[in-house]
Design a protein around this ligand. Sequence first.
Ligand SMILES: [Zn+2]
Length: 70
Amino acid sequence: MSKFLDCGKINPTSGCGHILVAENEEELLQLAAGHAKDGHGVDPSPALLLIVKANIEEGEFESSGVVERV
Ligand SMILES: [Zn+2]
């Protein structure tokens, strides 16, 4: 089971169609921090981190990383 974040749920106004997938929470948070900066020009703040943590879900994915929502 992988951990994942639906970026569009964390910031609905972004219209982001990416899902971030990682093996564990620590990797996922690193991935999210990188995506926030590279994908949205947002510096990961403690407040953002709380929202991100509240939105972590579990699911089956074939690979880790940033994938397009289908
Ligand atoms: Zn995004």
